[in-house]
Design a protein around this ligand. Structure first.
Ligand SMILES: [Fe+2]
Length: 211
């Protein structure tokens, strides 16, 4: 083998080694599963009718109370890879602090025009998207959105998402997740008001543990 061919082979081997180590880094990246949090008493009981990802549009009518929020995120495995077709459910209070649930305010939030809960499946990038409002705090609870996420081959996750600067519990009851910071998002204003889209956006990525 002449010198130039030997050098070329060395270069190819080195490049392949770098590629391999990058791959193995990606494959071995381990993310911590998103912490669980209390389900609370208001998980929706009736998922019939309009239960899509747009909570501020019901029956073609726009809910204009509260601050609209575009909530984005991805559902990932602990290996960092996206989970396609994961079922993401959220439920939360309306702008007056009431749930759409028989034990809170029944269907009245829906009559006022807020869907109250929604369900979507993640896309090929593992992404989900909801258009909702930023919930208000009620009683001793800081503003929060409930999540339940399920995907085949993964442990179902029930948790809550909180907002930076207002994620402290107003009571000393110890039943909520101690990992509050990992469940907290920062909202960013959306400047393009002309599109009549949300006023705030937030990203909440979710990591599911393998079964
Ligand atoms: Fe709640």
């Amino acid at each position: 083998m002449n010198e130039s061919r030997r050098r070329a082979l060395q270069w190819i081997t080195a490049a392949a080694t770098v590629r391999l180590s990058n791959q193995s880094t990606a494959q071995s990246s381990v993310l911590a599963p998103t912490p669980r949090d209390t389900e609370g008493p208001f998980y929706p009981v009736d998922w019939t009718g309009e239960v899509d990802g747009d909570l501020i549009s019901v029956g073609g009518k726009h809910y204009s109370q509260g601050t609209s929020l575009l909530l984005l995120g991805r559902v990932l495995g602990v290996n960092g890879l996206p989970i396609v077709g994961a079922r993401v459910e959220i439920w939360q209070v309306d702008a007056t602090g009431r749930y759409r649930h028989p034990n809170d305010d029944g269907e009245r939030p829906l009559k006022r025009g807020f869907q109250g809960f929604g369900r979507v499946l993640t896309d090929p990038q593992g992404a989900y998207r909801f258009r909702t409002i930023k919930p208000i705090a009620y009683q001793s609870r800081p503003a929060h959105i409930h999540f339940r996420v399920a995907a085949k081959g993964y442990k179902e996750l029930t948790t809550q998402m909180y907002f930076a600067g207002e994620n402290k519990e107003g009571s000393s009851w110890g039943g909520f997740s101690k990992e509050r910071d990992r469940l907290t998002v920062t909202t960013t204003p959306i400047r393009d008001e002309a599109s009549a889209e949300a006023k705030l956006t937030a990203t909440f990525d979710i990591v599911l543990a393998t079964v």
